[in-house]
Design a protein around this ligand. Sequence first.
Ligand SMILES: [Zn+2]
Length: 453
Amino acid sequence: MIDSKKVLKFVDNNLNGLVSQLQTLIRQPSVSAKNEGIEECAKLVAKIMKKSGISSEILRLKKGIAPVVYGEVSSKKNPEKTILFYNHYDVQPAEPFDLWDDEPFSGKIRGNKIFGRGSSDDKGELITRIKAVEAYLKATGDVPCNVKFVVEGEEETGSAHIDKYLIKFKKKFSCDGVIWEFGYVDSKNRPIIGLGMKGLLFVELSKRESIRDAHSSLAVIIKNPAWRLIEAVNTLRDSKGKILIKDWYKEVKPFTKSDLKILNSEPFEETFFKKEFGIKNFVDDKKGLEIKKALAGGATCNIAGFVSGYTGKGAKTVLPCEALVKIDFRLVPEMIPKKQVSRLNRHLKSKGYGDIKIKVYHGEAAARTDPTHPFVSQVKNSADEIFGKSIINISNAGTGPMYSFTNILQAPCISIGSTYMFARIHSPNEFARIDLLKKTTKCICQILEKFGN
Ligand SMILES: [Zn+2]
């Protein structure tokens, strides 16, 4: 424990280094969507790691695929346990440029904030992990457990190759626990410890009836594909949000007692949320615990867009030749995307809609770490010590490639971090809060300590 005190003090005394290295990282644009600065940023991350005492190398699958920066430190006193930090060095495009108060890649500091694309997502988070390891190495000459870094460059475009990297370098990446790339801190300065992510299945259903649009007077004899598609889509889900596809929920397990205990204690500001979106009630008029259950463990069938015929100004009497709908299904643990696709297929056929074409864009399974796993209490206790209080969230309502890690590496995966909830990530004027960067660095130090011992 004396070690831990020394290390936390080191973080306090070396905040300037953290801030200036984050600025350096922000000033190197790395927009994966445009392949801008990816190679340069990967090299910069490897260099920063080396400077911090972490041995680093750049891993590649093949040309044209963003490299992964791998970092490693072996523990002298405890080589038996390994923690892995997953982060990404790529960022979202900075557009629209004119809505930024400063240059998007400026790293400008105002008060407690560092501005710039990637300042929070994910360069700020990455630097807290690097600095925590550096603090241990420089203050004590060792780390409490082995540490590995996997820093990818395609997260913001959907992590297309993370699976392949994890499979190819499975041995190299083997570990006993994964700290996820981000974690939110709420408006009351409480970090939210995330134990899961939902999966996603994105499909397009379409129906073409004729080879060209027709005069709508012909609707008496030519079938309208928009009606056909509406009827088909209408069989997928009831008005309460329940998905009507046979066996859709077959493998899904109910919440455990410890899940429910956590859900019950999780805060959710119903009135604030409704006001924020200008809505009067939720799906199926959900209230209280039902809302929290849905956010953490509800599957969805959402119409993301529906196109057919004429939707421009004024009137046009047309009979469209084609109709198309894009649907995203959020998946929960135990739902396997491939299996769900074949269920959707079977459903449409059995309801007499075998003529509807299905195109699958993307499928990724959900992941969740058991709240009773010891890794969870190690992270929770660390966060409580540094932040005073923290919140456990059994699953994020969104999707990320967490399943690839829990499934391929067979390790529990927890998200915790320094991202202020309203840090404008993916938007103009993204920033990171310096106080949270410092606290998170300390929190990561505590996690290393507890995990290693
Ligand atoms: Zn992002």
